[in-house]
Design a protein around this ligand. Structure first.
Ligand code: MG
Length: 703
């Protein structure tokens, strides 16, 4: 060992440059919004991804040593643990740590990229690919500052895996056996769904070994160690197994096949194939709507039906997401083919490209997997082009000019990508205040989009959240928010108590191999009905509610107005036969103008003040009520209700302080959300106001 070689120094220099570049570009959002009060809480910018609050809740509970049963807080998740670890050792606030973790961790992507290029003796290709991959659209979008989610390492870890596989195959050095296995252990810890990619790598190496390098024992050692790392056993068991297998295979070549055989047997015995099998089964037996194989076979509305992401993506979007521009994308694909032709070893990157291309059917979120490997493609073309330049100076200039050209669309994208934080500080202040009012075991009911942030800021429980939002759990919450508060209050008590009851009985049910029925189905049966519609109808009459075990709150943010129709869809279904009911009328307009007595609300909706009628497309209908709400100078809520046609079905609400008109049918007008949030109208026997602000209102259930 002596001084670092020139190549090593250059490698380190390139890594540092690319790493700092990746960090600097992620700071653009920070400077765009630093000092912008609505996005700042606890003197730091808030995060901008909903799911981040899930891991933040887990980290918060780890740090405070809270272990609460059935609260869905992910205290065992890798992301929460790593966050808690950073929060313990670093001198920054928790808010700063979750904001900046994606910045630093996702920028590590440049390390395996440059190290792979070093193996191909083309460091320039490495730095160009690293610069591009670290900020290409989809990778940036899902790892930007404040995008605190597992994505921050989800591509970094398989890229390290690719790096160690490439070095293992090329050098046959023992240390890469161990590094590969350890990387799989870490990757699986971080992201349990990683098995599909691990499998793809394993399969590719197996193919390579059998077809091209059959006599090389090293390949089988590699496969055996990978398989041990992939067993469906706890990481603390896999780790010593990997070490033992490494030791034996290093010392005794003659046992390699035995070890490989043992790893395969253990793999199947431990159920390692199960996740794949479950996935295959999912594709074969598609029956998303019906929950349970016995019982009432209720038909719930599937959340997949509302997620747009699962749709088909146009080619241009797809290309932009992977490379920032269609031209760059095409150059990347061509360049990668050429690179793989010149350096066959790069074919080991195919599983990542393959997963990225699944995006064309599986949704945009997969595109990031293809980003780093395809970045090698265009980077290789650039270094090849530079090779033809006669002078060193021209070579250098060519590389710089072309690199800037491919970076430009991505940098422009970053400058325009001004995503907001999940909540505004005024909403967060409400939740923060609620934390001191509600107990940790209390429930706060709201739509699932707000579940994680509610749990994080208010330290309470929720019925639905970003991970728990299937049709059967969404149904009762949708029902509560969109039905009259008299029946919604009962449903709230019922659903909370049945949720807790089900938590307690779930393990027993699973042990006895019994189906766990939805809360609604349990309620229907226990109240003596065999038709859910009859049960729901019975909520209108007096009924005996379950024993109250805790308090229940409703969190009603103004922003739910934007998604009211989606919220209502989940309960606007006949659970007995799956038929959708007529869509309730809900129309909100912020763009309107008045000409004489006609208010034009856009989309062909005209409100005639004089005759108290509303025109919807071709139909002209009488208006039942015209309601105007406002905040007076002392921020006191005011409303004025004019009843014009008692028998009509349509209501107009003008929320003057929000510059918003609502056109609502009678059902929507009477819904809990509109009554409690928009009109502050409620039965004092059922609800009690807790926090009322213009952006969010909290009520406590009194039954
Ligand atoms: Mg909790």
């Amino acid at each position: 060992m002596g001084a670092l070689t020139k190549e090593t120094k250059l490698t380190l220099l390139y890594i540092v440059i690319a790493f700092l570049f990746s960090i600097a570009l992620r700071m653009i959002w920070y400077y765009q919004f630093s000092g912008y009060e609505p996005f700042i809480f606890n003197s730091q910018l808030m995060i901008n991804t909903n799911d981040g609050y899930y891991f933040a809740e887990g980290a918060r509970d780890i740090l405070s040593g809270i272990n609460q049963q059935n609260d869905l807080s992910p205290i065992d998740s890798a992301a929460s643990r790593l966050t808690a670890f950073f929060a313990t050792i670093l001198p920054f606030s928790f808010e700063s740590i979750i904001l900046f973790m994606p910045v630093v961790l996702s920028s590590l992507i440049v390390v395996p990229i440059i190290l792979i290029a070093k193996n191909l003796k083309n460091l320039e290709m490495g730095i160009i690919a690293a610069l591009l991959a670290s900020i290409a659209n989809s990778y940036y979008n899902r790892t930007m500052i404040g995008y605190y989610d597992t994505d921050m390492l989800n591509i970094v870890l398989p890229m390290f895996l690719l790096w160690s596989i490439i070095w293992a195959i090329k050098t046959n050095e023992d240390k890469y056996l161990l590094i590969t296995a350890l990387d799989i252990l870490v990757y699986r810890w971080w992201y349990p769904q990683s098995y599909s990619l691990e499998f793809a790598f394993f399969g590719l190496i197996l193919f390579y070994a059998l077809v091209f390098d059959r006599k090389n024992l090293y390949n089988y050692k590699l496969l055996a160690l990978m398989m041990f790392a992939m067993l469906n056993l706890d990481g603390f068991i896999r780790f010593p197994l990997v070490l033992a297998a490494f030791y034996i295979s290093k010392r005794f070549d003659k046992y390699v096949y035995h070890i490989l055989a043992a790893s395969v047997v253990l793999f199947f015995a431990s159920g390692g194939f199960n996740p794949i099998w479950v996935q295959l089964k999912g594709y074969v037996f598609k029956d998303a709507l019906v929950v349970g194989e016995e019982g009432m076979k209720l038909h719930f509305y599937s959340v997949m039906q509302t997620i747009r992401e699962a749709g088909k993506i146009p080619f241009e979007t797809f290309a932009d997401r992977i490379s920032g521009h269609v031209v760059t994308f095409i150059a990347s694909v061509v360049g990668f083919a050429y690179l793989a032709y010149r350096h066959k070893i790069m074919l080991f990157g195919l599983p990542l490209i393959g997963l990225g291309f699944i995006a064309s059917v599986g949704g945009l979120r997969f595109t990031i997997y293809a980003v780093p490997v395809l970045a090698f493609g265009v980077a290789f073309l650039i270094t090849e082009a530079a090779r033809f330049m006669p002078t060193l100076r021209l070579k250098f200039l060519t590389m710089i000019a072309l690199t800037l050209a491919i970076l430009y669309p991505n940098v422009a994208h970053i400058q325009d990508y001004k995503v907001p934080t999940v909540f505004n500080v005024d909403e967060v202040k409400v939740l923060d205040k609620l934390k001191n009012i509600a107990e940790r075991e209390d429930y706060v009911i709201s739509w699932w989009d707000y579940g994680y942030p509610i749990r994080y800021y208010s330290d309470v429980k929720t019925l639905i959240d970003g991970g728990k939002h299937d049709g059967d759990v969404n149904f009762p919450v949708s029902f509560m928010l969109t039905n009259p508060s008299t029946v919604s209050a009962k449903m709230a008590r019922l659903d909370v108590e049945y949720t807790e009851k089900t938590f307690k009985s779930a393990q027993e049910q699973i042990d006895k191999n019994l189906t766990i029925f939805s809360n609604i189905e349990q309620m229907t049966k226990e109240y003596g009905f065999n038709d859910t519609n009859d049960f729901l109808f019975s909520l209108q009459a007096d009924m005996k509610l379950p024993q109250k075990s805790r308090d229940v709150y409703f969190f009603l943010p103004l922003r739910m107005l934007d998604i009211y129709p989606t919220v209502s869809t989940f309960s606007n279904i006949n659970l007995m036969n799956g038929e959708m009911k007529n869509q309730p009328l809900f129309y909100a307009s912020k763009m309107f103008k008045q000409e004489k007595n006609i208010v034009n609300l856009g989309q062909g909706v005209l409100f005639d003040l004089e005759s108290a009628t509303v025109t919807l497309g071709k139909n002209k209908m009488p208006v039942k009520r015209f309601v105007q709400t406002s905040y007076d100078n002392s921020m006191k809520f005011q409303k004025n209700i004019q009843l014009s046609n008692p028998t009509a079905d349509i209501n107009i609400v003008y929320m003057s302080s929000y510059n918003t008109f609502l056109v609502l049918d009678e059902k929507t007008y009477n819904s809990l959300y509109i009554q409690l949030m928009v009109l502050e109208e409620y039965d004092k026997m059922l609800f009690e106001e807790v926090i009322l602000t213009p952006l969010a209102k909290v009520y406590k259930l009194k039954i």
